[in-house]
Design a protein around this ligand. Structure first.
Ligand SMILES: NC(=O)c1ccc[n+]([C@@H]2O[C@H](COP(=O)([O-])OP(=O)(O)OC[C@H]3O[C@@H](n4cnc5c(N)ncnc54)[C@H](O)[C@@H]3O)[C@@H](O)[C@H]2O)c1
Length: 446
């Protein structure tokens, strides 16, 4: 197997295989979906779409409001909520009611609290679930939703390790067979500045792509300090961002947005290998758990195109949330929160403003497809983007070149043996309360 980042090597075949499976499955979905979706949406003799929210934190609250405010239909109701902690449900319910009062009907007996609350919410007669928990729980919760025949909106990223990505891919095949709609919270895919710019890149406006750049450089993320009465599992789930079995590190949690855009620029190809470096320089208190505070990765696509990526969560530094493509005839730059520009050599630059918020448009699009009985599935490319980010973490943690095949087929499973509050999480603090983090050159990262 080639370890030379500049060459495609035998890993090319794995990319073809990944895409072939996706394409075949989408074609299948088009056949099954038209029947399955229409039947499902009207199954109970009612046009009302009943929704359960699983994971009632910041994004869950936003996603519920977006779903209830969708442009396609007013006939949608939030009927169940589930979270690991009661205070999160209480706060979220109040916020969603304030914005969408008439579309909320969540009595106490449809509020579910615990680490395995998702199943009860899935089982209480809903048509669609919003999975907005941390990504370590996504494979388990997506599998449960698909098994029960529910349409799904799920937040990015989709998993935190190779086994998790494989579980998502397998469950997504089942979702397609059942005609279920599956949306993923990559809101940039639904923003004008991205779609207009990337369509022109695909049309060849800037020539053959030579290299890409991606940034998610921001200040420090929150910490949720330990409380005296918490079990270790309660502490880690509450302070989830800083533990890889729940979060995957910020290269997976946040930077996946930009890595997804780069894969999209490459017509939904994914890198075949990665090498990189990273560490923790500033954010390294006990509550910062085990994640790095910076990563820089060089990804290589099968045709030799490079993608240079960096993400940092350190206060007081240069910040950027953006993606850039450089081709033989020009370049394109897209700001995550701003506008985009595409410059063809010798011509006036073209510019696009953000347009409507992608967080809202993604729900408008999903519910419009559901009502129209059209297939809708975003999980194939989203699984590849999640795997791209995990591949980057494997490279920075190990300090070695890692191939797509090695990453995707990895047996390194970060999940805990059981999901109960008194169970032992996969990582434990040392006698002083600190957690070990990866050491490049030593750590086995896949
Ligand atoms: N697309 C976007 O722009 C965007 C923005 C923010 C967050 N997100 C994504 O949304 C997800 C949640 O992030 P957030 O910022 O809302 O975090 P958050 O901490 O505010 O919310 C997560 C919620 O999930 C709950 N939870 C944890 N484990 C659970 C379990 N097993 N079952 C049920 N509930 C559980 C937590 O108690 C918490 O209330 C992440 O995957 C994140 O990447 C996406």
């Amino acid at each position: 197997m080639s370890n030379n980042p500049s060459k495609g090597g035998p890993e090319r075949s794995s990319r073809r295989e990944f895409l072939r499976k996706s394409a075949t499955a989408v074609a299948g979905a088009a056949v099954v979906g038209n029947l399955g979706i229409a039947r499902n949406a009207h199954a109970q003799g009612s046009d009302q779409i009943k929704i359960a929210l699983i994971g009632c934190g910041g994004r869950g609250t936003g996603a519920a409001i977006n779903a209830l405010s969708n442009k396609a239909t007013p006939n949608v109701k939030l009927v169940a909520m589930a979270d690991a902690f009661k205070d999160r449900v209480d706060r979220c319910l109040a916020a969603v009611k304030e914005r969408c009062k008439d579309r909320v009907d969540v009595p106490e007996d449809r509020q579910f609290i615990d680490l395995d609350c998702h199943q009860k919410a899935i089982d209480c007669g809903v048509d669609m679930v919003l999975l907005c928990t941390p990504p370590g729980f996504r494979p388990m919760q997506f599998e449960a939703a698909v098994k029960a025949g529910k349409h799904v909106f799920m937040e990015k990223p989709l998993a935190v390790d190779g086994p998790g990505v494989r579980r998502i891919m397998a469950a997504n095949e089942e979702a397609k067979k059942k005609g279920l709609l599956v949306a993923v919270g990559h809101h940039l895919r639904h923003e004008t500045k991205h779609s207009e710019t990337i369509q022109r890149i695909h049309d060849g406006a800037i020539g053959k792509l030579e290299y890409l750049r991606a940034y998610f450089d921001t200040g420090a993320i929150w910490v949720r300090p330990r409380k005296p009465d918490q079990t270790e599992m309660q502490y880690q789930v509450r302070n989830w961002y800083h533990f890889n079995w729940v979060c995957g590190d910020h290269i997976v949690e946040q930077h996946v947005h930009d890595l997804d855009v780069c894969n999209w620029m490459m017509k939904d190809a994914h890198p075949i290998e990665a090498n990189g470096m990273g560490g923790r320089q500033v954010c390294k208190t006990k509550d910062h758990g085990e994640i790095f505070d910076h990563h820089a990765v060089e990804f290589t696509y099968a045709d030799g195109v490079k993608m240079f990526s960096q993400c940092r969560q350190i206060p007081g530094c240069w910040n950027s949330f953006s993606e850039h493509a450089h081709g033989t005839k020009g370049y394109a730059s897209i700001q995550g929160h701003g506008s985009s520009v595409l410059q063809v050599e010798g011509q006036e630059p073209m510019r696009w403003h953000r347009g409507p918020d992608g967080h809202q448009v993604e729900h408008d699009d999903l519910l419009a497809a559901l009502l129209a009985g059209k297939p809708y599935n975003e999980a194939d490319w989203a699984a590849a983007s999640t795997m791209t980010a995990i591949l980057g973490r494997m490279a920075t943690y190990s300090g070695k070149v890692v191939t797509w095949d090695q990453g995707l087929n990895s047996e390194l499973d970060l999940s805990p043996a059981s999901y109960t509050w008194d169970a032992a999480p996969p990582v434990k603090p040392d006698k002083d309360g600190y957690y070990a983090c990866a050491i490049p050159g030593v750590t086995k990262a896949w």
